[in-house]
Design a protein around this ligand. Structure first.
Ligand code: MN3
Length: 201
């Protein structure tokens, strides 16, 4: 049975960067719905119920065809939101902590500012709903990518390092159509310590 992720901070803790109302609706309505629909899809397949959402979407070929799309959308929705919410918090300074990830960003993108500009431009250019990612390939090379719907780099064997929700429900109440403003605000509440841990794994 999949459960809604408990957040390690209050809904208003990310103000003014992400507003409390958006956080509450995003978590209790949007994320909860993906969890509920994933559980419903898995109801008649007990052998799949012990797998995590990430494990389910990482190899969709083993998911029975009648629930494959539901698992892709709702398993992806659950896994991506869990990662997204877990990587946020108050009191961060918007910059990666010194370490292997910060060094890899400098090596692969020039410096942090160039990385940040490229990430924001890629996220801004993504058409319609989806997610923006910093991910690592099997050799540990970093790349910035976006995925449609609730797809994830794990579906093509890449390791997600950090993730940004590009669906309008993630920012519309506060920023309306201004996705660029919501991206700029997000850096301020991003927990780079978790990104560092994701990369080190
Ligand atoms: Mn969302």
């Amino acid at each position: 049975m999949h459960m809604l992720t408990k957040l390690p901070y209050a809904y208003d803790a990310l103000e003014p960067h992400i507003d409390a109302r958006t956080m509450e609706i995003h978590h209790t309505k949007h994320h909860q719905t993906y969890v509920d629909k994933l559980n419903a899809a898995l109801e008649k397949y007990p052998q799949l119920q012990s797998l995590s959402a990430v494990e389910l979407i990482a190899d969709l070929s083993r998911i029975p065809e009648d629930i494959r799309t539901a698992v892709r959308n709702n398993g992806g929705g659950h896994a991506n939101h869990e990662m997204f919410f877990t990587m946020l918090g108050p009191n961060f300074d918007g910059r990666p902590t010194p370490g292997v990830l910060a060094a890899a960003i400098d090596a692969d993108f020039g410096d942090f500012e160039q990385f940040q500009r490229k990430f924001a431009a890629t996220a801004l250019a993504h058409f319609a709903s989806g997610w923006a990612w910093l991910s690592a390939d099997a050799e540990g090379k970093l790349l910035i990518e976006t995925t449609p719907g609730h797809d994830s780099p794990v579906m093509v064997g890449r390791k997600p390092i950090l993730v940004l929700d590009l669906w309008e429900h993630a920012y519309y109440l506060k920023h309306q159509n201004r996705r660029a403003d919501s991206i700029a605000a997000w850096w301020n509440v991003l927990n780079w310590e978790i990104a560092e841990r994701n990369f080190a794994q």
